[in-house]
Design a protein around this ligand. Structure first.
Ligand code: SIN
Length: 493
C-alpha cells in the first residue's frame, strides 16, 4: 500500500547535500519496507563515499557563516523548525509508524518527544556562557568562551527515527556546528522529512546535510567521515560493538565523540515496594516501542516476599496488551522492526526455556488474519530466569519480560551491576534509606526510582561503562557540541 501524507513532498526520496536534493552519485537506491509485511513502499538513495565526501564539503563550507550567526538567530530558526514539526505531527507520526512499526499514537508521541528536544535546544542556544576567572597575577584577565566544535557527523538508529536525530541535530545547530547525518537504513524517511522541514524553517545551504545508505554501504559512508579531519565530532546511538569501532577509527583525527550505546537495564522490585506502582512502571518502561528501546528493562529482579504476587499482576496486564498493525488505532504493540530482531527474541526465549525458565504468558510469534506479517511477537513474561541466560546477558530488544527472584539487597545490587553496560536502571522501594543506598550503588547513567517513564528533554540521557559516554538533552547536552577556549589577556593595568 502506498504511503499517503497530507504533504506528499515530505517524502523527497533524495539526499540533501548543500542546497540540492540529489540522488546517490552512483544512482543506487535503497528499498524501504513496511516492518509488518516486509513489502517495499518507498526508495531512497543508497549513498557511498562520494556522497559522504560531498556532504562534508557542504557542511565545512557552511560552518564559518553559521558559527558567526548570533545565537538568537540560530535559536529563531530552531523555533520555526519546532513549529513546523508540531504542525506536521500527523504526517510525521504516520511516517514513523509505517517505516518503524510503532502504533500511530505512539508514533505521534515520538514526534512530540523529538519536538521537545528542538524546543529545549532553541532555548539553550542563547545560554552558552563562558566564565571570568579570578586572575592569579596582577595585570591579567582570564576568561573562557565556548565555541562550536565544527562539522558534526550524526549517525542515528531505527528505533526512534525522529527523536534520536532531533536530539543530535538540534544541539549541534544550536551550538553553531554544521551537520552531516545518516539515518538508519530501516527508517530513513522520517529523518528526510525532518530535514526538509528544517530547510523550510530557514536553515542556510549546507548547514544540515543528510545521506541515506543501506547496511552494506553504511561503512563506506561512515569511513569517509571518520577519516576526514574536517569532521570534528561523531555522535552515534546504536550498538556497543559499532560504538567501539567508531572510537577506534576516529582516533587518528581525535574527534570528539558522543556514544549512546547498548544497555541491559535492571528493574528491581523490593518487598517494601508499592507493587501496583511497580507493575505499572514496568509496563511503561518495558513496552514502549514494543521493548525496542535502549533503556528497556531487560532483567527484572523481584524480592522473594512479593515475587508471586508481582508476577501474577504483571502477567494479567501483559496478557491484555493488544498486538496489531501500527495503523490500527487500538494496537499497543506493533511489529518488530525486521526478521533479525524477531529471530533474536525467539532465540532468547528458546534459550531461557532450555535453561529451566517458564513462560507465564506469551512466548511465541503471532501470525493470523489480523497480524498478517512475519514480525509480530506476543508480549511475554518469563519467570525463573537466571543470570547466565542469553536474555540476562544481552538486550532482547523486544516485548519479553525476564523475571527472576532474589533474597537480599546486597545480592541484587551485585547482580544488577554484573554487566558491562550501564545505561538505565530502575527500582521500586518505599524505604527512604534504601532508596538512597540503592540509587548510589547502581552503576548506571540513568536511574528510575519508583518511576518507569524517564525520558525528558531537560534531563541528561547517557550511560556509563560500555553503554558509552556523552549526554544528550539537558543543560549538559550542548556542551558535547562545544569546546572551551581559554583567553588570557595581559597588560591590563
Ligand atoms: C533509545 O532507545 O536509545 C532512546 C530511548 C529514549 O530516548 O528514551
Amino acid at each position: 500500500m502506498p504511503l499517503t501524507l497530507a504533504r506528499q513532498d515530505l517524502l523527497p526520496g533524495l539526499n540533501l547535500i548543500g542546497k540540492h536534493w540529489v540522488p546517490a552519485a552512483s544512482g543506487a537506491t535503497l528499498d524501504v519496507s513496511d516492518p509488518a509485511t516486509d513489502t517495499v513502499f518507498a526508495q531512497v538513495p543508497d549513498s557511498g563515499a562520494d556522497d559522504a565526501r560531498a556532504a562534508v564539503d557542504a557542511a565545512s563550507a557552511a560552518f564559518p557563516a553559521w558559527r558567526k550567526l548570533p545565537s538568537r538567530d540560530r535559536a529563531q530558526i530552531l523555533k520555526k523548525w519546532l513549529a513546523l514539526i508540531t504542525e506536521h505531527v500527523d504526517d510525521l507520526g504516520r511516517l514513523i509508524s509505517r517505516e518503524q512499526g510503532k502504533p500511530l499514537a505512539e508514533g505521534k508521541g515520538e514526534v512530540m518527544y523529538a519536538a521537545s528536544y528542538v524546543e529545549w535546544f532553541s532555548e539553550e542556544a542563547v545560554r552558552t556562557y563562558g566564565d571570568m576567572i579570578p586572575e592569579p597575577a596582577m595585570g591579567r584577565k582570564l576568561m573562557t568562551v565556548k565555541e562550536p566544535v565544527g562539522v558534526v557527523a550524526a549517525i542515528t538508529p531505527w528505533n526512534f527515527p525522529a527523536a534520536m536525530i532531533a536530539r543530535k541535530i538540534a544541539p549541534a545547530l544550536a551550538a553553531g556546528c554544521t551537520v552531516v547525518a545518516k539515518p538508519a537504513e530501516d527508517t530513513p524517511l522520517t529523518s528526510l522529512a525532518l530535514v526538509k522541514l528544517a530547510r523550510e524553517a530557514g536553515l542556510p545551504d549546507g548547514v544540515l546535510n543528510i545521506v541515506t545508505a543501506s547496511r552494506a554501504k553504511t561503512p563506506e559512508v561512515v569511513d569517509v567521515w571518520l577519516a576526514d579531519k574536517r569532521v570534528r565530532k561523531v555522535t552515534f546511538t546504536g550498538s556497543t560493538a559499532v560504538g567501539k569501532h567508531l572510537a577506534r577509527a576516529s582516533a587518528d583525527t581525535l574527534k570528539k565523540l558522543s556514544l549512546e550505546l547498548g544497555g541491559n537495564a535492571p528493574f528491581i522490585v523490593f518487598d517494601d515496594a508499592d507493587i501496583d506502582a511497580a507493575v505499572d512502571g514496568l509496563m511503561v518502561a518495558k513496552f514502549r516501542n514494543g521493548g525496542q528501546t535502549c533503556v528497556s528493562p531487560n532483567r527484572v529482579f523481584v524480592q522473594s516476599g512479593v515475587h508471586a504476587a508481582f508476577v501474577e499482576k504483571l502477567a494479567a496486564k501483559v496478557g491484555a496488551l493488544k498486538v496489531g498493525p501500527a495503523t490500527d488505532s487500538t494496537s499497543q504493540i506493533g511489529p518488530m522492526i525486521n526478521s533479525r530482531a524477531i529471530d533474536k527474541i525467539e532465540a532468547h526465549v528458546k534459550d531461557a526455556l532450555a535453561g529451566g525458565a517458564k513462560v507465564v504468558v506469551g512466548g511465541a510469534r503471532i501470525r493470523d488474519s489480523e497480524r498478517d506479517g512475519p514480525h509480530y511477537y506476543a508480549p511475554t513474561v518469563l519467570d525463573g530466569v537466571t543470570t547466565t541466560m542469553a536474555c540476562s546477558c544481552e538486550e532482547t530488544f523486544g516485548p519479553v519480560v525476564a523475571v527472576s527472584s532474589f533474597d537480599t539487597e546486597a545480592q541484587v545490587i551485585a547482580n544488577a551491576n554484573d554487566t558491562p553496560y550501564g545505561l538505565a536502571a530502575y527500582f521500586y522501594s518505599t524505604d527512604i534509606r534504601r532508596v538512597w543506598r540503592v540509587a548510589d550503588a547502581l552503576e548506571s547513567g540513568i536511574v528510575g526510582i519508583n518511576e518507569g517513564a524517564l525520558a525528558a528533554a531537560s534531563a541528561p540521557f547517557g550511560g556509563v561503562k560500555e553503554s558509552g559516554y556523552g549526554r544528550e538533552g539537558s543543560r549538559y547536552g550542548l556542551d558535547d557540541y562545544m569546546h572551551v577556549k581559554y583567553l588570557c589577556q595581559g597588560q591590563v593595568i
